[in-house]
Ligand binder design. Structure first.
Ligand SMILES: Cc1cc2nc3c(=O)[nH]c(=O)nc-3n(C[C@H](O)[C@H](O)[C@H](O)COP(=O)(O)O)c2cc1C
Length: 205
């Protein structure tokens, strides 16, 4: 049986995490009412104080899990300070959770440019107009900034702001969890071994 055919009860047989993750995300795309790629992103600040918020997963492969943001935002600064992060997906309708932890890399300029170019024009303007996570005096101030950048980029391509790019969490561990009766859930954690392969361990729920 291939990993993509693994059902909720036999996922613990998977030999590696990426095809299993792809299958679960695919299931979530069919079952969730919106944002199946929405994921909680955890960081820590310079004092070790945790922080968490949602982002959208925009790509993944064996190299890691990618999302995009403003590098001057709270999360951007926290990640640039520690170069570590964690993610937690919870697909309610499937009763499944996936947790990912690891060091963080910055995606290449070419990769960020390619993704930025796929975004709607309004979102590209928004990346310029929003000083994400900093105090905003009024809604009007944001709308004024949007109008200014819209006028500035009335014609031609809208370049990607230097402070807007992607981070890639390079997983050290990926844990899959599925609800089972009486809270006797299935948990399997894949951990990177010294040779870059994966060790698989079942955990008590
Ligand atoms: C479902 C959902 C998806 C989101 N996706 C992103 C995203 O991909 N990138 C982003 O910068 N913010 C995203 N946000 C907004 C963040 O949760 C957060 O409010 C913002 O990035 C500021 O976070 P920070 O102050 O911790 O940096 C999303 C919010 C929700 C609810």
């Amino acid at each position: 049986m291939s990993d993509t055919e693994l059902t909720s009860s036999d996922f613990t047989e998977a030999a590696e995490p990426f095809r299993l993750f792809a299958a679960w995300l695919d299931d979530a795309t069919k079952s969730e009412p919106n944002d199946p790629n929405g994921v909680a992103l955890a960081t820590v600040d310079a004092d070790g104080m945790p922080d968490v918020r949602m982002v959208l997963l925009k790509g993944f492969d064996e190299g890691g899990f990618v999302f995009y943001t403003n590098f001057e935002s709270a999360k951007g600064q926290e990640i640039l300070g520690s170069m570590k992060a964690a993610m937690c997906f919870h697909w309610k309708s499937l009763r499944r959770q996936v947790r990912i932890r690891g060091p963080v890399e910055i995606v290449s300029d070419a990769e960020a440019d390619a993704y930025y170019a796929t975004r709607p024009r309004g979102s590209r303007i928004g990346a310029w107009a929003s000083k994400q996570s900093r105090p905003l005096e009024s809604r009007f101030a944001l709308e004024k900034a949007v109008a200014e950048y819209t006028a500035r980029h009335a014609i031609g391509e809208i370049p990607r702001p230097k402070h807007w790019s992607g981070f890639r969490i390079v997983p050290q561990t990926i844990e899959f969890w599925h609800d089972r009766p009486f809270r006797l859930h299935d948990r399997v954690v894949f951990s990177r071994d010294a040779k870059g392969g994966w060790d698989k361990t079942r955990l008590y729920p």
